[in-house]
Design a protein around this ligand. Structure first.
Ligand code: GTS
Length: 228
């Protein structure tokens, strides 16, 4: 693991560490959340090289994340939080003023439902396609591949794009009237779609124009996934 960026908190508050792969779709979700919450000064990022399989090494699995995935958030006391949704929830509520995960029971319920849907129907489906229907991270890392399963998930992701297009024909953001964690999850899905060259169908006009708007947000535009 190689440390690439170190942000020291000017007030010397304990830093959090994010185990990161800067252009990765899932780490990008947490990076956007950090930028939305303006927490950059309290976080240092430590690169774990997925293409070298560093996330599957026993020391990473045993000491950082049993699931062998990124990102992982490590708190100053050594507590580890994996899973983008859990990390986002934690970061969003740190300042007592959540802006990404809802404030009322209804908002929270809708955001969690739609976030799960964005994972199942889009982002995770594309991830399965990447790992099974394409060379993925390469033969050193992809020890088992099932191409048929990968291709099915690709089709599922395309259906997911049509679903989110329909949602966006009715409202400006995926969970309703406000930007939320769910928009970030769908952005992650579309980052992954670009990596696997899965185009947003041209008839999905609402999804396409929402994505153009999302890419103009500072928190999104500033990410390495969008700077190349
Ligand atoms: N459910 C997890 C989450 O939400 O954090 C999924 C995390 C995930 O799949 N992360 C990818 C990973 O570690 C990172 S990236 O592909 O977006 O860069 N993949 C490596 C692997 O071998 O699955």
């Amino acid at each position: 693991m190689t440390s690439v960026i170190t942000n020291i908190d000017p007030n010397n508050r304990p830093a959090m560490t994010v185990y990161d792969f800067p252009v990765g779709p899932y780490p990008t979700r947490v990076r956007i959340a950090i930028a939305e919450k303006q927490l950059q000064q309290r976080v240092r990022f430590e690169m774990v090289d997925l293409y070298k399989g560093e996330h599957k090494k026993p020391e990473f699995i045993e000491q950082k994340n049993y699931s062998g995935t990124l990102p992982v958030l490590e708190l100053a006391d050594g507590t580890l939080i994996a899973e983008c949704t859990a990390i986002t929830q934690y970061l969003d509520t740190l300042d007592g003023a959540p802006s990404l995960t809802g404030t009322t029971p209804l908002e929270q319920g809708i955001i969690h439902m739609m976030s799960k849907r964005a994972e199942i129907e889009l982002l995770d489906a594309i991830s399965v396609y990447f790992h099974h229907g394409t060379p993925g991270l390469g033969p050193l890392v992809e020890l088992y591949q099932n191409q048929e399963w990968g291709l099915r998930q690709r089709d599922k992701a395309l259906r997911g794009m049509h679903y989110f297009d329909k949602v966006l024909q009715q409202q400006p953001y995926i969970a309703g009237e406000q930007f939320s964690m769910v928009d970030i999850t769908v952005i992650g899905g579309l980052v992954f779609a670009a990596i696997v060259k899965l185009e947003i169908p041209p008839e999905c006009g609402a999804l396409l124009s929402w994505y153009e708007r999302m890419k103009m947000r500072d928190s999104v535009a500033s990410q390495p996934a969008f700077s190349g």
